[in-house]
Every structure is written in structure tokens, then in C-alpha cells.
Design a protein around this ligand. Structure first.
Ligand SMILES: [Zn+2]
Ligand SMILES: [Zn+2]
Ligand SMILES: [Zn+2]
Ligand SMILES: [Zn+2]
Ligand SMILES: [Zn+2]
Ligand SMILES: [Zn+2]
Length: 723
């Protein structure tokens, strides 16, 4: 479309002026909960290992919700309070908005009196909650053979006794398998010979055993141990390895040859220790029969009913196929609450692969276009669009959710049904793009359009898809609802006052074309700011602040999330925040580290002890930052490392390599001044004294004060005397 009346004077150009709305927002990145502020900059990070749950115990059975909320001030900030009166002592779980709040609350609450008695409070660290499910390894399955009786059978004949011992070994008596041995006679023994029979049931008739053994006579001994005592003793033994959260005796069938209990430790390390130390070890209190222990790894998902109904068939199929080495249980009896899906396994690796299968079903699929980009339309925020999409999804037995904060659509259901829904959504999205929209114009808007604003609209919609009808004061555009939304926004901004005479675009340094003015008041060309922000989304250390500069002052005002969103696709937005997050992790190596497994995205705090990564299930020593060194203490491990480091140091000296004071990366100065930028963590380093600085300004300042200049060949050139 041709511009009918053009006005090239810059002060007549319509301005897109964007206003401020400061706020923080949270995004889930690789399982971490990251709060961002404008810029974007990282405000705070909660790793998957941090918890928002506080557990209160030692509550009196009379305690009510109101008591807890009333007596304990920090409890008032909790978002969820759940009292479990079925266990003794009574326990309550308090959920908080942030992990930091939970830490403060647990410290304050521990020892505080409720109804006169002090309660104990602690963080629920055993459960690692990822964005989808939770993972814990604190459960131990313990079993041991039931008590039995011993007996001796007597024979007149030595050869007969020997023969019977061989015949009876391994035979079953009253359902019990026997272990039988010939007893070596003493030198004086010449008329009665015995065999010893172990593993007999507790109650049986003497004459039956006599017949069974073809013996002249039998003597029945005491039972090996008492059942009730054995439970007590097993519990005490397990308690030596750490605090037990619970000790559940599982219901037994009489036929089962073993007793079985489930013990829950507070810490997963204790559970693991108990298993390695006690498994298959004979116990004196069991008359030297062995205890059998198995560390049970468990995952748990709480799924909404709507999501569950959509994937129910697939889940049941998965359950029927019986994932190798795993048990999968689904608790869906109560339709009013979330469905609980649990998986158990003795193998951490098996549970990891079950988790992958469950994640794919329970977390939903992101709807993508044919080119792999995420499908998102501005109209998806409208309830009418959401409702009609839901109708469509239901027709295919699927469930659909619109994630407005991350601009993506999630589909739940069988793969084939999801595929059908996706195909229809994509088709209608193409048709949406062909829709014709008509916008009525008032005098001011019309004037703004013909004095240059039309160029802006054309840029958004495409030149051949805009028609300005001057007679009827109408603007007709062809495009999607997203396009319409953008055009309407632009028209709204045309009402704003015009900038009289403006500064240059900080990117191209020319007069801004299709200017966009940021909240700080600095105008950019639409094209320039868009390209700049798209570039930042691909950068390792994105900087999305305004880079207007005049003389010695520069603006540097951070650009807010809602503004960035105008220029970036959902993918670009996602990679921008990921890059900011990863940059933050890299530049805070004293605080955060990456899981040592290559390509595993999990991060952890360096003070967290021994962890088990929920993504790759590897054990991590957080103080040494390596895969856990089993059987070696941290000190021993460090010693070994020191020996390697000594060899490394002599190599570094030879090549003039130095470590970054922040992240310890090896750096070698090629040329230039003594200001060196660490490629790993972006730290600014003075190469003379190897001191680190947050920005180049303070580094240069330091070099000036401490070393009388920036050094290197530049210093030489400035002084006119090359060194
Ligand atoms: Zn420009
Ligand atoms: Zn600015
Ligand atoms: Zn990992
Ligand atoms: Zn260590
Ligand atoms: Zn560094
Ligand atoms: Zn220095």
C-alpha cells in the first residue's frame, strides 16, 4: 500500500511510548525456581533441593489449625497448613511461598510453645520436589525369616541316622522348608544317634514329626526368637543409623515365611547407610538369621483430576506393561482431590527411567508448529478462545491448558489424540492469520496514521495487507488476532504527545525510524531495538538495559519483562531467561554449582551436603563438587586432589597461566592491557595482582590507583616509549 501523504519531519513522527510497570516474576528453569527483576536480572534462586515445607512435630493431640496460626506468628505467612492427627506425636506440614521463608519459619518455630508444650520444627529436606513430581530415597524395606523351632530326631542305627539326614534335607514340613544335619556322635555314644532339624514351624504335633522322620523318638527345642521382640529389636537396630520418621509393620499373610516392615528415615543417607551395613548380616537376636534390607526409591506426582482423566488410559497401560524393576501405583479413589501417582524401585536407575515415562504423560506436551517453534497466539489469553479450544480437546478426549506466563499451550492425552488436536489447532492458526479486521479511526488517529503512523502499521502487518479507507475513516488489516492486538496497541500509543526533537537511536546513531521510546525516555528505531534484543537472547551474558549514552553519562535502565515480550518470540524469551540464569550460576561459583554429570541441568548450593540429583540420580558431594566419593572422606579426597593440583601448578607456572579469582578457570593473557575478562564467569581481573572486580570501571580505577596505569602495550604506546 502506498503512503498517501508523507511527512518526513521527525517531530511529526508518531511515537510508540512504553510505560513502566515494575515487578518481579518467577520462572521455572531446569527445575530451579528463579525470580527475575527488570533487566532481566536474577533476583533469587531456589534449587530443586530447597524446600518450602516445614514439618512441625510434638504437637499436642488437641492442637487445631487456629492454635498453630494464632500462637506462631511466622505460620501466618504459610500458604498451606495440614495437620496429621493419625500419627503420634501429631504432625503438621506448613507450606510457604519461598524456601527462604520456610528457613526463617523453621528456625523461629523450633522450640516455640503451642498450648504449653514446645514443638519441634524442621525443613522437609528429604523430598526433592521438581517441577513435576517429587523424589525421595528415605524408605527402607526390611524383612527377616519368621521364628522357627529346632528339634532332634533319634535313631538306633548310625547308618540309618545318616541316611535320614540326607533324605530330609530341604524337605517341606507343614509348609516350612527344613534344614537337616547329622550330628557327629561323641566317642562314648554307641546306641542312639541324632540328627538336628532346623526351620520347623512353631506349633506342630510331636507324633507327626516322628512319623515324618521315621525316628524312634524326637526332642523338641525352644523357638528361635519371639516375634514381638524381634520387631522391637529391628526398630532399635535401624534407629542406630539415624532418626526414623516411621516404622510400619506391613500386614502379613500367615503363609509368608518372612516378616516385613517399612522404615522411613529422616535423611536418605541414613537409609542408604543402614542398607549397606545391615543387609544380609546375621543378627544375634534372630538366632543368627539374617536381616534383608532394600532401599526404596520413590517418586510421587499429584495430578489434577482433569489432567489425570486425559492420560488415564496411557497410565494404566504403563502400569500393565510393568516398567522393569519398578512398581507403579495410582490412587484415584477420591474424585475430589488430586490423583496421587507413586512409583517405587530398589534401583535408582530404574526409577529414573520410570520418571521419564511419567513426565511425558503427566506434564503434558507443548504444542509446537511444524518448524518446531512454540505455537502462541495473542487470542489465547481470551476466555472465548480458551473455551473453544477446550471443546476441541475434549472431543478428542484430551485436556488443554494455556500457560500465559510462559506463552505456551500444554496438551494432555494419548499421543495420537494430542496429534489430532494439534493438527486442528495449527490449521485454525493459519486461518486466523488470514482474518480481516476493520478498525474505526477518530480524527487524531487518522492524522497520526497519515503523518507517518501508517508505516509503523505496515511494518507489523506487511505492506500488502493494510488498507486505509480515508472516506470512511477505517483501517482494514489482514492477519491474526496477535497482529490486530499489536496494531491496536500501536494506534493507542499514537494518541500520546509527540516528541518535539529527539536524540539519535543509540543503536544506529541515526534519526530513529519508526521510533519506539522506552520508559527511560530514549527512542530507538523499531528495527534496531528488535534486533538488539533478539541478539541478547542468543548471548551468553545478555544485557537488556537501555544503552543510550551521551558524553560520560549512560542510561543503563533495565528493560522490563512486559516490554521484552513485545519484541521476542516465546522461544527467544525462554532462551534469554535461561542465558541470564546460567550466566548468574557461572558468575556465582562460590554459591552454586552444576551437577557433575555432563549435560545434566540440575544445580545445587555448595553448602548442601550430600545430594542425590533428581534428574540423573547421581550422588553429589556438594562440598567437593564431584560425584560422591564413596568410602573416602572429603579430607582424603581433597588430599588426593592436592597431589594432582601440585602437578598442575608447575604446568601453569611454565605457561604463565593464572586462575580466575572468582571461578578458578585457567586464564592466559594473550596481549593488551592488564584488564582481563574471564571467559568463564565474566569477572574483570587485574592481571598484576590477580584481583577480581564486578565491572570494568572499578577494575580500571584500581589499576590506576594501585599500579599507576592500565599497563601492557597500551600503556607503552600512551607513554610513547614501547617496552
Ligand atoms: Zn536505529
Ligand atoms: Zn534509556
Ligand atoms: Zn544430575
Ligand atoms: Zn566431599
Ligand atoms: Zn572466572
Ligand atoms: Zn591490581
Amino acid at each position: 500500500m502506498q503512503v498517501l501523504i508523507a511527512n518526513t519531519r521527525s517531530y511529526d513522527q508518531p511515537q510508540v511510548i512504553i510505560s513502566r510497570s515494575e515487578h518481579l516474576f518467577e520462572r521455572d528453569i531446569n527445575g530451579s525456581k528463579v525470580v527475575f527483576g527488570p533487566g532481566p536480572v536474577v533476583h533469587s534462586i531456589e534449587t530443586v533441593f530447597e524446600t518450602r515445607t516445614v514439618i512441625l512435630t510434638n504437637l499436642s493431640p488437641r492442637t487445631s489449625r487456629e492454635d498453630i496460626l494464632q500462637y506462631i506468628k511466622p505460620a501466618q505467612d504459610c500458604t498451606h497448613l495440614n495437620i496429621d492427627a493419625s500419627v503420634i506425636p501429631v504432625t503438621a506440614r506448613l507450606e510457604f511461598r519461598t524456601a527462604a521463608q520456610a528457613v526463617t519459619a523453621s528456625q523461629y518455630l523450633n522450640g516455640t510453645k503451642v498450648l504449653g508444650s514446645p514443638v519441634s520444627a524442621r525443613l522437609d529436606n528429604a523430598r526433592v520436589v521438581t517441577d513435576s513430581g517429587s523424589f525421595r530415597s528415605t524408605k527402607v524395606k526390611v524383612s527377616w525369616y519368621k521364628p522357627s523351632r529346632i528339634a532332634w530326631a533319634h535313631y538306633d542305627d548310625l547308618a540309618r541316622a545318616k541316611k535320614e539326614a540326607i533324605r530330609l534335607q530341604g524337605k517341606t514340613f507343614d509348609g516350612q522348608t527344613l534344614s537337616v544335619e547329622f550330628q557327629k556322635p561323641t566317642p562314648k555314644q554307641y546306641c542312639s544317634f541324632s540328627i538336628v532339624i532346623k526351620g520347623l514351624p512353631l506349633n506342630f504335633k510331636e507324633e507327626n514329626l516322628e512319623k515324618f522322620c521315621h525316628a524312634r523318638e524326637v526332642t523338641i527345642g525352644k523357638q528361635s526368637f519371639h516375634a514381638r521382640n524381634s520387631y522391637e529389636q529391628v526398630k532399635a537396630l535401624l534407629g542406630r543409623y539415624g532418626t526414623l520418621e516411621s516404622f510400619d509393620i506391613s500386614s502379613q499373610s500367615n503363609k509368608s515365611p518372612k516378616f516385613k516392615v517399612f522404615a522411613h528415615y529422616r535423611e536418605w543417607e541414613d537409609a542408604e547407610n543402614a542398607c549397606t551395613e545391615l543387609h544380609k548380616r546375621p543378627q544375634p537376636f534372630l538366632r543368627h538369621s539374617v536381616l534383608l534390607l532394600e532401599n526404596v526409591h520413590a517418586i510421587r506426582y499429584d495430578v489434577t483430576q482433569t489432567r489425570y482423566q486425559a492420560v488415564k488410559r496411557e497410565l494404566l497401560n504403563l502400569q500393565k506393561r510393568q516398567p522393569i524393576g519398578c512398581k507403579l501405583r495410582i490412587y484415584d479413589e477420591d474424585a475430589t482431590v488430586k490423583v496421587c501417582i507413586r512409583g517405587y524401585s530398589a534401583s535408582a536407575k530404574a526409577i529414573a527411567s520410570l520418571k521419564i515415562a511419567l513426565d511425558a504423560l503427566v506434564r503434558g506436551q507443548i504444542v509446537k508448529q511444524d518448524d518446531g517453534s512454540i505455537l502462541w497466539e495473542a487470542s489465547f489469553v481470551e476466555s472465548s478462545t480458551q473455551e473453544s479450544s477446550l471443546e476441541l480437546a475434549k472431543r478428542y478426549k484430551c485436556w488443554i491448558e494455556f500457560d500465559v506466563s510462559q506463552r505456551r499451550v500444554l496438551l494432555f492425552g494419548s499421543p495420537s489424540n494430542c496429534k489430532s488436536v494439534r493438527t486442528i489447532m495449527l490449521k485454525s492458526s493459519v486461518e486466523l492469520k488470514k482474518q480481516v479486521h476493520t478498525i474505526s479511526l477518530d480524527t487524531q488517529k487518522l492524522r497520526a496514521l497519515i503523518t507517518g503512523g501508517l508505516r509503523l502499521v505496515e511494518q507489523i502487518v506487511g505492506e500488502d495487507k493494510v488498507r486505509l479507507d480515508l472516506r470512511h475513516r477505517k483501517l482494514t488489516i489482514e492477519g491474526s488476532a496477535t497482529t490486530l492486538f499489536n496494531v491496536e496497541n500501536t494506534l493507542k500509543s499514537l494518541d500520546r504527545p509527540y516528541l518535539q526533537s529527539g536524540p539519535a537511536c543509540p543503536v544506529c546513531l541515526g534519526e530513529p525510524v519508526n521510533p519506539v521510546t522506552l520508559p527511560c525516555g530514549h527512542p530507538y528505531c523499531m528495527e534496531c531495538i528488535t534486533r538488539h534484543l533478539k541478539d541478547q537472547s542468543k548471548s551468553r551474558y545478555p544485557d537488556c538495559s537501555c544503552f543510550f549514552a551521551e558524553g560520560t553519562t549512560s542510561c543503563k535502565e533495565p528493560i522490563e519483562a512486559n516490554i521484552l515480550r513485545r519484541f521476542l518470540t516465546p522461544e527467544e524469551e525462554g532462551s534469554l531467561y535461561s542465558a541470564v540464569y546460567l550466566g548468574y550460576i557461572r558468575s556465582h561459583p562460590k554459591e552454586f554449582m552444576n551437577c557433575p554429570t555432563p549435560d545434566c541441568p540440575t544445580i545445587y548450593r555448595r553448602t548442601a551436603g550430600i545430594l542425590r540429583c533428581p534428574s540423573c540420580v547421581v550422588k553429589i558431594c556438594s562440598s567437593c563438587n564431584v560425584e560422591y566419593h564413596d568410602g573416602v572422606t572429603c579430607a582424603e579426597y581433597e588430599e588426593e586432589l592436592d597431589r594432582e593440583l601440585a602437578a598442575m601448578e608447575s604446568w601453569k607456572k611454565e605457561l604463565d597461566v593464572h586462575s580466575c579469582p572468582n571461578c578458578q578457570a585457567n586464564l592466559q593473557k594473550q596481549a593488551g592491557c592488564n584488564h582481563v575478562l574471564c571467559i568463564q564467569c565474566n569477572q574483570h581481573i587485574c592481571w598484576v595482582c590477580k584481583e577480581g572486580f564486578a565491572d570494568s570501571g572499578s577494575c580500571y580505577k584500581h589499576m590506576g590507583v594501585a599500579h599507576g596505569g592500565i599497563g601492557g602495550e597500551y600503556q607503552g604506546r600512551i607513554n610513547g616509549s614501547r617496552k
